[in-house]
Structures are given as C-alpha cells and as structure tokens.
Design a protein around this ligand. Structure first.
Ligand SMILES: NC(=O)c1ccc[n+]([C@@H]2O[C@H](COP(=O)([O-])OP(=O)(O)OC[C@H]3O[C@@H](n4cnc5c(N)ncnc54)[C@H](OP(=O)(O)O)[C@@H]3O)[C@@H](O)[C@H]2O)c1
Length: 335
C-alpha cells in the first residue's frame, strides 16, 4: 500500500480509501465490521462516510467498528455535511447553524472526540462561502475537526474559497472529493490543474462508476444482476451508464485487463488511483468479496500504451455518460 500526502497537510493517507456508503444500509452491521477490519489490516488508513448515508446509520456502524477494533487512532476519519437530515428547512445546507449542529451529531454517532476531515458534501450558491468557512474554522479551533474539505465543487468555487480563507485568516479547504472514473473525466479540464497548482488533495468517488466498470452489466439491460446497484435502481443512476459509448469503453477495459491477467474492475480502479493529481480513490465495497477483489487493484499498473488505448475510447476531459449525482440527484448546471 502506498501512502500519499493529503494535499499540503503532510497527513499520509492510503492510495485507497474505504467508502462506507453501503454500511448501515445494504450491508448489515456484522458484515460492515468485517469489511472495515479487513480494509485496515490490508493497510487502508483512510475511511470516508457522511451524515446522510442511511440517515446517520453509516456513521453509527463506523463508530461501533472503530470502538470494537480499537483502531480509531490509526485511521484518518472523514465525514460530510450538507444533505437533508430531516424535514426541517434548516436541517440541511452549508450554513453555520446546520454545520455546527451536525458536527456534534456526527461526533456522537461516530463515538469520537474529533474527526480528521469534515467535508461540505455539495456547494450551495445561496450561502456565502465565508459563512461556511468560518463555521468550519471554529470547529477546527475547538478541536472537533482537524481539516476541512469539499465534495463536487467546481474549480472556480474552490479558488473563491481559497481567496476568502486567505482574506479572512481562516483555515482553508485541503481536499476535494469529485466524481472521477473512465466514463467521466471532466475533472481533468479544470479541477485537476487547480488541485496541482494549489496543493489540494483529490479523493475521487465512484471509481468503478458505481460497479459498471466491473463488467457485470451487459448491453441488454434485462441481464443486470438482481442484487446489484443498477439492477435494483435501473431507472436511476444505472440507465445513464448503459449507453453504447460506455460499453465501448468497458470493452477496451476488459481487453486490457485480460492481457494483464486482472479483471476490468481492478484495471479501472488502478487507472483512477494512479492518475495525476489523485491522492486516494474511494472504493465502496458492499461485500467482503468485493473488498478483496478491489484490493487486487494494488497489484495492477498501466503503461503508456494502455493509457493511449483508453484515451482513444474515453477521451481526456470528457464524459461519456450524462452527469448524475449519486448522492443528490441531477444537477444539470454543474460544470
Ligand atoms: N461525495 C459524494 O458525493 C459521493 C458520492 C458517491 C459515493 N461517495 C463515496 O465514495 C465511495 C465509493 O462510491 P461508489 O460506491 O459509487 O464506488 P464504486 O467503486 O464506483 O462502486 C461501488 C459498487 O460497485 C459494486 N462493486 C464493487 N466492487 C465490485 C466487484 N468486485 N464486483 C462486482 N461489483 C462490485 C458494488 O455495488 P453492487 O454490488 O450493489 O452492484 C459497490 O457498492 C462511497 O462509499 C462514498 O464513501 C461519495
């Protein structure tokens, strides 16, 4: 396992991060404990959850697991705030009231004194960035949070945030969590150069396009495995990936994987975690078998010829699927 600096912080995180979106939801508690323990034993020291994942249940499972295995101190623990946590109009968003209230709630659910990375799950153009930054800065100064980050922000929004933090003498965002995989390479246009210029860590979500790049779906949608994400929700996220262009990308991934003696998911994951600007790719295993399989990506590397073949079907900077926000639905305005 390789460890990389989380942006300019000097904190070292593993090249794979354990995403916990399935825990407390489709993955039961005992299975989640097993996956978390195995990931840590394999060298993963970076764990990502969010308050909205199964409305707090994911954080609760992660908290229990880290209590049980006693590994909290060796883990860089990340969570998020922004999404709705109830019907109350103030129980959402990037305002001071909600951020501080949810930080306290997440600390309780995770059973910790502090967490290491607090991410604003989505930008909110209706709330001035200084309101959000000052709330996060107060939490950092109070010792409840070590660092602040973002998710799915545009490069211009992050530059604005850096400028505001400097102007106001506040802690800056150190990390951004964007969607990035072989079917969606839009971050290469502006976000990657931004991150490289300003020393911001990038920790991509959905490196397997939600499982599509494992090759378990076929052009004929009726054959989607029943217990799979897109088998369960064919009309939601899945349909976006089921384009001819996306299957053309998958076929190239499958061909290169076969030549290398790995499987397509491992190749796609290796591609993502080793792309320039990427600090750690966030995997989202639902089962222990999937985790073991994902870990196999650590043995895979791509050469220049592999990249050229992939660039030919999945051009740099482009998306071959329409954007769909896995956590919050469609956002047609984004990028
Ligand atoms: N910031 C954000 O807005 C945001 C959004 C989404 C996710 N995230 C974070 O990123 C993490 C990863 O996202 P993701 O779950 O979408 O990642 P992903 O790696 O693209 O997809 C993971 C899913 O693919 C399937 N899968 C994984 N390994 C497999 C294998 N070996 N064989 C067959 N199927 C396999 C599983 O789904 P099925 O078995 O159910 O098909 C699994 O849940 C999440 O846990 C969360 O922490 C963040």
């Amino acid at each position: 396992m390789e460890y990389r600096n989380l942006g300019r912080t000097g904190v070292r995180v593993s090249e794979l991060c354990l995403g916990c979106m399935m825990f407390g939801g489709r993955t039961g508690e005992e299975d989640s404990f097993g996956i978390i323990d195995r990931a840590i034993d394999a060298g993963i020291n970076f764990v990502d959850t969010a308050n909205v994942y199964s409305t707090g249940a994911s954080e609760e499972v992660v908290g229990k697991a880290l209590r049980k295995n006693g590994k909290r101190d060796s883990v860089v623990l990340a969570t998020k705030v922004h999404g709705p946590m109830g019907d109350d109009p103030n129980a959402r968003g990037n305002h001071r009231r909600h951020i501080i209230e949810q930080c306290e709630a997440s600390l309780r659910r995770l059973q910790v004194e502090h967490f290491d990375l607090y991410q604003i799950h989505r930008p909110d153009s209706h709330i001035p960035i200084d309101e959000t930054l000052r709330a996060l800065d107060d939490l950092i100064r109070a010792g409840k949070v070590r660092y602040a980050g973002t998710s799915t922000y545009a490069a211009w929004q992050l530059v604005e945030a850096l400028w505001a933090a400097k102007e106001l003498g506040l802690n800056r965002f150190v990390c951004e969590q964007p969607p990035y995989h072989l079917l969606d390479r839009r971050i290469e246009r502006e976000l990657v150069p931004f991150a490289q210029t300003y020393g911001t860590a990038l920790i991509p979500w959905s490196p397997l396009a939600g499982g599509f790049l494992t090759g378990k779906y076929s052009r004929d949608e009726s054959q989607s495995p029943e217990d799979s994400r897109y088998g369960l929700e064919p009309r939601r996220l899945g349909r976006n990936h089921f384009t001819d262009e996306a299957f053309d990308v998958l076929e190239t991934v499958q061909a290169i994987a076969e030549e290398k003696g790995c499987n397509p998911g491992q190749l796609a994951l290796a591609w993502c975690k080793d792309k320039p600007g990427v600090t750690s790719a966030i995997i989202g295993p639902r089962t222990m078998e999937q985790l073991e399989d994902n870990l196999g990506a650590l043995e895979v590397s791509l050469d220049e010829g592999d990249h050229e073949r992939l660039d030919a079907v999945a051009p740099p900077g482009r998306a071959t699927v329409p954007y769909y926000d896995a956590d919050f639905g469609p956002h047609p305005f984004r990028w």
